[in-house]
Ligand binder design. Structure first.
Ligand code: SAH
Length: 269
């Protein structure tokens, strides 16, 4: 069963309610490693894609840690109910404050109270849109707690009581917060030292310089009559850099004028 705590493995732990949740939590937190603590009804959704490729290798190496807290363990009664019908009526179900609250208490164990050092986030379409700047800021924290909603969402009192910050993946509605949590963790973890092989690659890519990235090409030089632009084969690093910057600016102007609205033409050289 996914409800059972998994054995310690390279900094990844499942954490469940126990007689001594605090002691368990302190014992299992790897010293120093950036930690994502996820409150979810579906712990089996993790690590998901985060277990693959560069983020997966970094997880196995202990460069970051993942801990899931199963909401079901805090459910009420024999059936461990976590939700109930919306007050005032209407469709769907709402995650109960007296279920989410104790789960957030457990998630808070051993974490700094200062939210700059440990953000506590509810993934929600009502939240501030997630950005690269947020990923950078979270990467500078010790870790982050992410609450994944389901159904119609979470009883507002739990969000208010714990001063939970709401963050959105974008203007669309998912069925649950788990995919959103994986997306924001991925964006954050790849900024941690040693996670990407080549650190320079995070400085040049989309958003880092306030622009979308230039087009990328690789071999073969000629593919179905389409050639790699000559400038990229010139070996002239200055010309390559200038071409890439011009391409990035043109692409950003065309696709995301909001990102360059306050730039003047001198940026275009
Ligand atoms: N009734 C809610 C939507 C609930 S969707 C509303 O209209 O605002 C169920 C869960 O999916 C949410 O609790 C949230 O955790 C997650 N979710 C849905 N869309 C999301 C988005 N755009 N960004 C982040 N999380 C989202």
């Amino acid at each position: 069963m996914s409800d059972e705590p998994k054995p310690r493995s390279h900094g990844r732990m499942s954490i469940s309610a126990s007689a001594r949740p605090r002691a368990l939590m302190e014992e299992t937190r790897p010293a120093g490693a950036w930690t994502a603590r996820i409150v979810t009804l579906f712990p089996e959704a993790f690590p998901g894609t985060l277990g693959l490729s560069l983020t997966g290798r970094a997880l196995a190496e202990g460069r970051w840690a993942l801990q899931t807290i199963d909401l079901r363990h805090f459910g009420i009664g024999k059936h461990r109910n976590v939700d109930d019908t919306p007050a005032g009526g209407g469709a769907g179900m709402v995650l109960r404050a007296d279920v989410v609250g104790p789960a957030l208490d457990e998630a808070a164990a051993g974490t700094p109270a200062d939210r700059a050092r440990w953000p506590v986030i509810y993934l929600s379409p009502r939240g501030r849109p997630f950005t690269q700047a947020m990923a950078r800021s979270w990467a500078g924290a010790q870790g982050v707690t992410l609450l994944c909603g389901r159904f119609e969402g979470v009883d507002q009192r739990a969000l208010d009581h714990y001063a939970v910050d709401e963050v959105s993946l974008g203007d669309f509605v998912l069925t649950g917060g788990e995919i959103a949590a994986q997306a924001v963790i991925d964006a954050t973890v790849r900024l941690l030292p040693g996670v990407l092989g080549n650190a320079a690659s995070t400085e040049e890519e989309s958003f880092s310089a306030g622009l979308l990235e230039h087009p990328q090409y690789t071999r073969p030089v000629d593919w179905q009559g389409h050639r790699v632009p000559d400038v990229l084969l010139s070996g002239d690093h200055g010309r390559v850099a200038a071409w890439r910057r011009a391409q990035a600016l043109a692409l950003t102007r065309a696709r995301r004028p909001d990102l360059v609205a306050d730039r003047n033409d001198s940026d275009a050289e």
